[in-house]
Write a protein that binds this ligand. Structure first.
Ligand SMILES: Cc1ncccc1N[C@H]1CCCS(=O)(=O)C1
Length: 105
C-alpha cells in the first residue's frame, strides 16, 4: 500500500542522514565553492531536497523516489573521482541505500 511505502521511504532517508558518509549529501552542493558544478551536473539532487519532496508528497511512487536517490549518487560519480573523499562517501552511501531499499521492498 502507498502509505506504507511512504513511511518506508521516510525512514530510509532518516537512516541515510544518520550515516557517517552522508556529509557530502545533506545539503545542495555549494556552487560558489564548486563553480563548475552547475555546468557539469544538469539535475542537482541532495537528501534535503528528497526529504522535502517526501514531506510535500511530491513523489508519485517509491520508484519515483528511488530515481532521485540514484540521481544524487550518479551526480556524485560524474563530478568526483572514485578515490576522492566525496567519491568514496558516495560509493559507501549508495551501497548502504541499495541494501536498505532491498530490505524494505
Ligand atoms: C556531493 C558533492 N559533489 C560534488 C562536490 C561537492 C559535493 N558535496 C559537498 C557538500 C558540502 C561539503 S563539501 O564541500 O566538502 C562536499
Amino acid at each position: 500500500k502507498e502509505q506504507r511505502d511512504l513511511q518506508a521511504c521516510k525512514s530510509i532517508v532518516q537512516e541515510l542522514e544518520g550515516h557517517e558518509d552522508a556529509w557530502p549529501f545533506l545539503l545542495p552542493v555549494n556552487t560558489r565553492q564548486f563553480p563548475t558544478y552547475k555546468k557539469i551536473i544538469k539535475k542537482p539532487m541532495d537528501l534535503s531536497v528528497i526529504k522535502k519532496k517526501l514531506e510535500d508528497n511530491l513523489y508519485k511512487s517509491r520508484e519515483d523516489y528511488c530515481e532521485d536517490l540514484r540521481l544524487m549518487f550518479n551526480n556524485c560519480e560524474t563530478f568526483n573521482e572514485d578515490d576522492s573523499p566525496v567519491g568514496k562517501a558516495g560509493h559507501n552511501l549508495r551501497s548502504f541505500f541499495e541494501t536498505k531499499w532491498n530490505e524494505h521492498f
